[in-house]
Write a protein that binds this ligand. Sequence first.
Ligand code: 5GP
Length: 188
Amino acid sequence: MKTKMILVAAPSGAGKSSFLDRIIKEVPQLEDVITYTTRNMRINETQGNPYHFLTHEEFDSKINSGFFVEWAKVHSNFYGTSLNSLQDAWLRNKVVIMDLDIQGVDTFKNKFPEIIKTIFILPPSIEELRRRVTLRDAGLTKDLDLRMKNAEIEMKRATEYDFRVINDDFETSYLKFKKIVDELLRLK
Ligand code: 5GP
């Protein structure tokens, strides 16, 4: 069966957005879908970039109307993916690449096991992850301890993924990541 979806999981701050932003630019066959969240926008974020930002009420009503193919509570907010956005990309013959938390990956693997491949991005260590997240958010990260605790839980599950990449040096790690994706697309 062809790979139609590549799911990338990593603890928050491990660098997966940088990997995804770059690979989307370099590989036209890939498409990232914009997911939905109830979390507050960070500095430099806008509506639709990198999420559709919703209130809790709006999110709930989308859950109830069956709008989401998957949704999960991550840290202290909700995140969800619409089925339409996937179908739309598939109609245009794109392979969807997206980053999700591990619950989202589990849901998708149950729903579409045959068309999915999974990649886990690992930070070199929890200490380095904490340092990167603090730097990224200028020391203002909400839930930092909760995020680090979740990161440890998530990282224990990395062995269940089809591929793993340790993000120590960005350039080298990115090239490893790209090689994996290229190979998956070649097999498509
Ligand atoms: P952040 O708030 O740091 O952007 O993202 C927090 C986490 O939510 C990340 O692990 C990200 O991959 C995950 N995430 C983003 N969109 C979705 C989604 O639609 N579903 C699920 N399950 N997780 C998501």
